[in-house]
Each structure stands twice: as structure tokens, then as C-alpha cells.
Design a protein around this ligand. Structure first.
Ligand SMILES: [Zn+2]
Ligand SMILES: [Zn+2]
Length: 269
């Protein structure tokens, strides 16, 4: 390279670096101004938040993590305080996913924030929920074969069509998409489709709940091509009986996924 050409290249690098610095400063100033004009509020109680989007300190302190004694396969709380071991249901009939876990127990400020989000308020809730759900997802993905962790595809439990029509948006998909972005994983919406589905019934056995959901979920015609041989991270906002995620995991496996791992934000005890 001639000297003038080298100088021009160096100038261009310097100009880009300088522009990058000013652009970053500009972004920081813009975000600061936006924070002043539109301060963040706690998604549960509306308290003004001094930092970025998130729960206020009081609500954050009231969030209850899932106990460490939860079943390491299906993530169901065991109620005991001994070391984690598979629950009786997982021992008698292994679920169609390799591992499932949830971040928080459903209730308190989390239930309040989720309810408000589903009612169309606190649109920033996916940004607030993504770090917790991403941390749980990293945990369920870390237990597998390291080679299988490459090319992980994130998928959301599809919305019930009636609720989607009423709300005009799907809270679960928005939370899952924000989490996939945080994990830097590809996210495919529309891969699974749901017909109207029955409300989860806790009094039924796992086999009865599976029969109640038979035929409710289907895969898009292009799903086998996308899923072939892949590890799928199935994301959902609330887990009640676990039968919905189990039905979706079974369908993903039948459609070609090699392994399914499940992460949910809140677990209903
Ligand atoms: Zn609060
Ligand atoms: Zn279990």
C-alpha cells in the first residue's frame, strides 16, 4: 500500500472510531433525556424507578425464586427441602423434553405485572422479564451435550386463538422474542399453531391432561425443514400444570427436533 493510501485508510479508521464515540455519547444523552421525559415505572405498583426498566426495590424483594428442590427434569416444585431429584411422575413417565425450569413462583408483584401486561398496560414488560427468563434458559441449556447447544432455536408456546383475537397481541410471544434477543438465539414465530385449548385442569393426571390437549397444537408446513436435528428452547410466560409445554415439546420432537428444553418465567404452585 502506498503511503497516501495508508494515511487515507488510517484517517478513515480514526473517523469511524470518532464517529462511533460521538454516536455512543449521543445515544446515551438521548436515553437520558427519554428517561427524564418518560421515567420508568415499576410494572407492578407504578413506583418511579431511578434506574432502567424493572421492578421497584420493594416489589423486586417480594419476587420468590423457584426452590432449588424443584424436580430437575420437569421443574415441578417438590415441597421438600432435600436435594433435587426427579419427581414421581418423571420417574414413572419421562416427559418429552430433556429439562424444564422456571424463574419465579407465580404470585405477588410478578402476577400483578403479568396481569397488567396481558391487559395491554406496561408494554415494556418483555424487556423487564427477559433477563430472568434468559438466566433460566441458560441453566436448562447448560445441562445438555455442548455440541447440541450450537444452533439452538428459540420457539414460544403458540397463543390460544381466542385470547389472541381479544388482546390483539400475544404476551407469551413478546416475552419469548425479547428473551431470545437477549440470548442472541434465532427465534421463529408461527412455527407452532394452537387451536382453542381447554383451561389447564390440575385435578387430572399427566396422561389425562395429555389426552385433553391431543390435536390442539400443530406445526407449520415449513417446520420440519427448520427443526430437523436441532435443539429447541421452548419459552413460555406462565406454567400451570406443565401439560401445555409438554404437548408442544412432544410435537416439536415429532416434527424433527432432536432435543427440547423448556424455560418459563413463572410457575403456578
Ligand atoms: Zn413496585
Ligand atoms: Zn418431574
Amino acid at each position: 500500500m502506498s503511503v497516501p493510501a495508508a494515511c487515507r485508510a488510517a484517517d478513515a479508521v480514526f473517523a469511524r472510531a470518532t464517529f462511533g464515540r460521538y454516536a455512543a455519547m449521543g445515544r446515551a444523552v438521548a436515553i437520558g433525556v427519554l428517561d427524564l421525559l418518560f421515567p420508568h415505572r415499576c410494572p407492578a405498583c407504578d413506583a418511579l424507578s431511578a434506574g432502567g426498566p424493572g421492578f421497584c426495590p420493594r416489589c423486586a424483594a417480594a419476587l420468590v425464586p423457584v426452590p432449588a428442590t424443584a424436580c430437575p427434569i420437569c421443574g415441578a416444585p417438590q415441597g421438600g427441602d432435600g436435594p433435587a431429584f426427579p419427581c414421581p411422575e418423571c420417574r414413572s413417565e419421562p416427559p418429552p423434553f430433556a429439562a424444564a425450569a422456571s424463574a419465579w413462583l407465580f404470585g405477588g408483584p410478578l402476577a400483578e405485572a403479568l396481569g397488567r401486561f396481558k391487559a395491554g398496560r406496561v408494554p415494556e414488560f418483555p424487556t423487564i422479564a427477559a433477563p430472568s427468563l434468559a438466566a433460566v434458559a441458560r441453566g436448562v441449556l447448560a445441562t445438555g451435550d455442548p455440541a447440541a447447544r450450537r444452533g439452538v432455536l428459540a420457539v414460544a408456546v403458540p397463543p390460544d386463538p381466542g385470547r389472541l383475537a381479544r388482546r390483539g397481541f400475544d404476551p407469551g410471544t413478546l416475552v419469548a422474542a425479547a428473551t431470545a434477543r437477549r440470548l442472541d438465539l434465532p427465534f421463529r414465530a408461527g412455527l407452532l399453531v394452537s387451536a382453542p385449548r381447554p383451561r389447564p385442569q390440575r385435578t387430572l393426571s399427566r396422561a389425562e391432561r395429555r389426552r385433553a390437549l391431543a390435536g390442539v397444537f400443530s406445526a407449520a408446513p415449513w417446520a420440519p425443514r427448520v427443526l430437523a436435528g436441532r435443539t429447541v428452547l421452548l419459552l413460555d410466560d406462565v406454567r400451570t400444570t406443565g401439560s401445555t409445554t409438554a404437548a408442544c415439546a412432544a410435537l416439536l420432537r415429532r416434527t424433527g427436533a432432536a432435543v427440547v428444553r423448556v424455560a418459563t418465567l413463572a410457575l403456578v404452585e
